[in-house]
Design a protein around this ligand. Structure first.
Ligand SMILES: CC(C)(COP(=O)(O)OP(=O)(O)OC[C@H]1O[C@@H](n2cnc3c(N)ncnc32)[C@H](O)[C@@H]1OP(=O)(O)O)[C@@H](O)C(=O)NCCC(=O)NCCS
Length: 198
């Protein structure tokens, strides 16, 4: 496994393996992204086909190819693993991708069995550190539905600040309230592009 990030640089123990998403992860990604429990805040977003999950893998690979880092496959490490989660278990995806608005986008989606253990925070801290290493001049952002306080909390724990909240007018989340987090603050054009992204 191509391990690219460990947690020596964070205050966290090394509980997770973060590796580049590859086509070999497709079935595992689909399992998590087709689980209705991982879409409680946006049920319409649940993946019904593997092609939808392939876009997650492709976006990560493209970000990694062009910007050195993309969202990771997240697995339980064989060191310090929680007794309830076997070493090597695929937990989901998380990390940063570069976006067309030329800002990093921080995201995470984990299997419910993994929730509530600080894993998303651990991933987010590693991702912020990684993004800074690869391009420190680009803001790190997160787009979170207002009905998802756990996700917002992870963004804040990763050092991002809420810079906008308002209605989503386009896309699958149209009609729902959205929050945008960033560090540092975004310029007007970049913020407008993120708002328009729905
Ligand atoms: C959001 C998600 C990634 C969080 O993963 P996690 O590993 O459980 O997160 P962590 O344990 O690192 O941190 C969660 C934080 O939110 C807090 N939290 C959890 N539920 C909360 C709630 N209902 N209201 C407020 N805070 C809440 C926790 O207390 C914790 O904060 P703390 O560390 O300061 O105590 C996970 O629930 C998930 O994958 N959900 C489905 C997909 C999703 O919603 N992804 C985000 C899309 S933007």
């Amino acid at each position: 496994m191509d391990l690219i990030m460990t947690f020596e640089s964070t205050p966290y123990p090394r509980r997770l393996l973060l590796s580049p998403l590859t086509p070999a992860d497709l079935e595992s990604v689909f399992k998590v992204f087709s689980d209705p429990d991982t879409w409680q805040h946006l049920p319409v977003g649940r993946h019904k086909t593997r092609e939808e999950s392939r876009t997650i893998v492709d976006a990560s690979m493209s970000s990694r190819r062009e910007h050195k880092i993309g969202q990771w496959a997240v697995r339980v490490a064989d060191q310090g693993a929680d007794a309830a989660l076997a070493a090597g278990t695929f937990l989901g995806t998380g990390g940063v991708n570069m976006t067309p608005a030329l800002v990093w986008n921080l995201g995470y989606r984990l299997s419910p069995a993994a929730w509530g253990r600080g894993f998303a925070t651990e991933i987010a801290l590693a991702a912020v550190a990684g993004a800074r290493i690869h391009n420190d001049s680009v803001p790190i952002t997160a787009r979170v539905l207002s009905n998802n306080p756990a996700s917002a909390r992870v963004a804040v724990r990763a050092g991002l600040r809420k810079i906008w909240e308002g209605p989503t007018t386009t896309g699958a989340a149209a009609g729902l309230s959205r929050e945008i987090f960033s560090d540092p603050d975004l310029g007007h054009d970049a913020l407008s592009r993120l708002i328009e992204a729905g």
